[in-house]
Unconditional design. Sequence first.
Length: 243
Amino acid sequence: MLELRLLGTTDLRGVDAAAADALLSQSKVVALLAYLALERPGTLHRRDRLVGLLWPELDQEHARAALRKAVHALRRTLGADALAARGDEEIGLAAGSLWCDAIAFEECVERHEYEAALDLYRRDLLPGFYVADAGEFEDWLDRARTALRDRAAAAAWSIAARSEEAGKLTVSTRYARQAMTLAPADERMLRRVMLLLDRLGDRAGALFVYEDFARRLKREYGAEPSAETQALRGGPRPASPAR
């Protein structure tokens, strides 16, 4: 089966390496492939939606020609059977034609297989990827990237909480820190991590994540943590819930 990796370095396996490299060098073809993959194989999309997403600067005639060219590139590299269509107006990836790490990650989270999910989540979705003159696609990518990162942070926190309950303190600490790394702007997550680290006896770790958060908040927004969060800097409150 074809394998598409979008979490971290973009990679396409199961096809000729030179053909994969040629396809991945074309940003709008990659954008189209990523969109079709993340919107789930087997789902069909109207062509007018796709041209508006990726070629909004072109008139309909030239935008549709650009989409046909991109679809042809996908068929040539992935194989004709990898794409499905309904009439002349709808197209998508055929169900079962392609494995995608981002979709596999979400499926692991849905099954509560959090360790397996985090093994797949190497880095953010398409980090540093940019498509010129495609603001709607960029907005979609930002939303998808944020949603996946949030799910990864939640998965890490779930492992941390579960490990604490099982008495696996080293594991709990490691995943609590990972949760904070994945959700660096989430002040609620910060408080949860600080309280957990305090319960595990890692006061230095709790202060470290607080100070790191406070510096970043000051640098990027000129703000300070909330009073509730600042209060934790002096030590945990009695019987504070962590979940």
